[in-house]
Design a protein around this ligand. Structure first.
Ligand code: ATP
Ligand code: CA
Ligand code: CA
Length: 438
């Protein structure tokens, strides 16, 4: 896998923040997971759990390299959510630990959020605005209920909501969520679709310098692209998408998009094979030799080895007995091949084909692409947009220029667009012919 972003190590400007985020996650997640499972109560949705980290540490909080405060929100709700989305607790902690912990994607959006990948690429940490943070807490119960009823939801899967506060009082809110794209497959093309055409164009001439850029609605239309799904898969997909969008409409959310990563099976994993040093398992090359023999085929899906399972059980026992995660030093020396990869997301409809959803012909025969898709950026409440709009309107002379579409219409336009581009190759071909004849 070609490494996206920059590795966050001691020399990186955001190293301390990243370190504090991960230390906080490890301690709070293992603390919650160490307890016996129980049902959720209403009160669980409002819980805030504060920890103070410093070099000395105490009986509740292990020592950390830096001074910071950490807040864990609704820990039991997120424990249940992780279980619902079948995230193995030991794997989760393992992914979010280690020395070469994350790679940073900088700020790909206009929003100013930062994105970090866990070192095995399974998880994304996204810093969010305070307004988004408050909003997620407000809708958490609705979200929880929805995903409980719809385990195959296409919406972002939230695994944790946290905050770090620096000694200077700077607060950083962030969520942990699923990376829609798989660690073990090259994504050859990415689209971020909203169903709008205004400003939804990635400059084609810039593609040359940046071939993996995320393309938008107009680029999609220009390429006459379709989500090629046979009848059965199309129905599964659109039914779920509609249910998810209903929720977003009800919660007055907008500005979300359908993110689609396309793996072209004809091209395969060319980059993965060509440049082994850039594999996600060992993005920094931490000097631990030997993984090459054990990992000759890292591009393929693997099931966990016996050793791996034993190791996981050991880790979990350690966490549960001590209520403490394995110290950082220990995990960073772990061989990359011991990190489970590929087997997450098993058993979900839209991850049934090598972690994704395979393009399909009309006769339900598989086609040559795998789609990795989901609805992202779904924490923008209409009220926030309205506020921003107000601000701009105050500055702009033409007040009619900026007008956010209300959530209901946003959702309808979104569904219509996606519905309109979801068809089998054969159907798309017939439609093109028909259009030519007209
Ligand atoms: P804006 O509000 O300007 O759209 P943002 O900072 O809220 O930006 P997002 O829209 O959430 O950012 O994401 C920006 C890009 O990051 C996406 O287009 C996609 O390329 C990548 N990305 C976001 N979430 C995921 C995810 N769950 N899996 C894979 N890639 C993601
Ligand atoms: Ca977005
Ligand atoms: Ca956003």
């Amino acid at each position: 896998r070609v490494l996206v972003g920059t590795k966050v190590d001691e020399n990186h400007a955001n190293w301390i923040t990243a370190y504090n985020m991960l230390t906080g996650i490890r301690v709070s997640v293992s603390r919650t997971n160490a307890k016996l499972n129980r049902d959720l109560t209403d009160a669980d949705f409002d819980v805030k759990q504060k920890s103070t980290f410093d070099i000395a540490g105490n009986e509740l909080v292990p020592s950390a390299k830096y001074d910071f405060k950490f807040k864990d929100y609704a820990p039991w709700v997120f424990r249940h959510l992780r279980a619902l989305f079948r995230q193995d607790p030991a794997d989760y902690l393992m992914s979010l630990t280690g020395k070469y912990i994350l790679s940073e994607l900088g700020s790909p959006g206009k929003s100013g959020s930062f994105f970090y990948f866990s070192r095995d690429y399974k998880y994304i940490i996204k810093t969010i605005h305070h307004a988004e943070h408050k909003f997620l807490r407000k809708i958490l119960k609705d979200y929880y209920q929805h995903v409980t009823e719809n385990p195959n939801t296409l919406l972002s899967q939230f695994y944790g909501l946290h905050r770090v506060k620096t000694p200077y009082g700077k607060k950083i809110h962030f969520v942990v969520m699923n990376n829609l794209f798989p660690p073990h497959r090259d994504i050859h093309q990415t689209f971020d679709l909203k169903g709008s055409t205004i400003g939804r164009d990635y400059k084609e001439e810039e593609l040359e310098n940046n071939p993996r850029a995320t393309l938008k609605d107009l680029n999609w239309l220009r390429r006459k692209r379709h989500l090629e799904l046979g009848l059965q898969k199309k129905k599964l997909f659109l039914d779920q998408l509609k249910k998810d969008v209903r929720l977003l409409q009800r919660l007055q959310i907008m500005d979300y998009s359908l993110l689609i990563g396309i793996h072209d099976l004809q091209r395969g994993n060319e980059e993965n094979l060509r440049d082994k040093t850039l594999r996600v398992f060992n993005p920094g090359g931490n000097g631990s030799g030997g993984q090459e023999e054990n990992e000759p085929n890292s591009v393929l899906m693997r099931t966990p080895s016996k050793l791996e399972n034993q190791r996981k059980a050991r880790e979990l026992r350690h966490m549960i007995q001590t209520e403490k995660p394995v110290p950082m030093g220990e995990t960073s020396s772990r061989m990359p091949d011991e990190l489970g990869v590929g087997q997450n997301r098993q058993g979900f409809v839209f991850n049934q084909d090598d972690g994704g959803f395979r393009a399909t012909h009309e006769d339900d025969k598989p086609a040559d692409e795998i789609y990795y898709l989901g609805v992202i950026d779904c924490l923008t409440h209409y009220g926030i947009i309205k506020k921003i709009e107000h601000f701009w309107k105050g500055l702009s002379s033409d007040r009619s220029q900026i007008s956010a579409l209300p959530p209901h219409e946003y959702g309808e336009r979104f569904i219509n667009f996606i519905d309109g581009v979801t068809m089998s190759q054969e159907e798309a071909f017939r439609e093109a012919q028909r259009r030519d004849e007209e």
